[in-house]
Design a protein around this ligand. Sequence first.
Ligand SMILES: CC(C)(COP(=O)(O)OP(=O)(O)OC[C@H]1O[C@@H](n2cnc3c(N)ncnc32)[C@H](O)[C@@H]1OP(=O)(O)O)[C@@H](O)C(=O)NCCC(=O)NCCS
Length: 154
Amino acid sequence: MVEGNLVLRDIQEKDVAGLLALYPHWNRSLAEKRIRRTLFSVRERRVVAELNGQIVGHVKITYGSGVHSHLARVYSVIVSKNFRGKGIASKLMEKAISELLQGIEIVLLETQHDNASAIHLFEKLGFEQYGVLERAWKKGTEYKNNVLYRKVLR
Ligand SMILES: CC(C)(COP(=O)(O)OP(=O)(O)OC[C@H]1O[C@@H](n2cnc3c(N)ncnc32)[C@H](O)[C@@H]1OP(=O)(O)O)[C@@H](O)C(=O)NCCC(=O)NCCS
């Protein structure tokens, strides 16, 4: 359980630095551009978890358009290392999924096949595996598969 004041809310301009700190391996200027884009986008939503004033978690949702406007995707769910295992990602995901735009029928996401905590989280929230994208990840000569998940809402 989380001790302290946990607030889950939409990202604001003041959160950019705190959010970037969750992704130290990212290219900073590119990441900042992408995060700022959300502030003005109707097809993207970022929910942050703020614990005692510190950004400790994040999830991004994107919405399809045209013939894909019934689809939403979850990206980049992350919780700061020191605050994992306290239910923060579960709460972020539950909020984001319960507040999807009207008309969304299917939520999609994917994760690396060896990401045990993410797989546990998604299956606990009712996502079902519908496929595997082989060699989705490559570093040097090493490959990893991604597991593809969906949650059918209606
Ligand atoms: C995946 C991640 C977001 C989970 O965040 P979290 O706040 O620790 O998740 P929660 O505390 O809500 O736990 C979710 C469930 O996963 C379980 N879990 C946590 N770590 C686990 C592990 N290593 N192996 C198996 N299950 C695990 C928890 O027990 C919990 O299940 P329960 O409610 O049945 O007990 C976090 O580990 C993280 O940021 N990882 C790095 C980024 C990442 O890989 N994101 C996913 C990319 S798609």
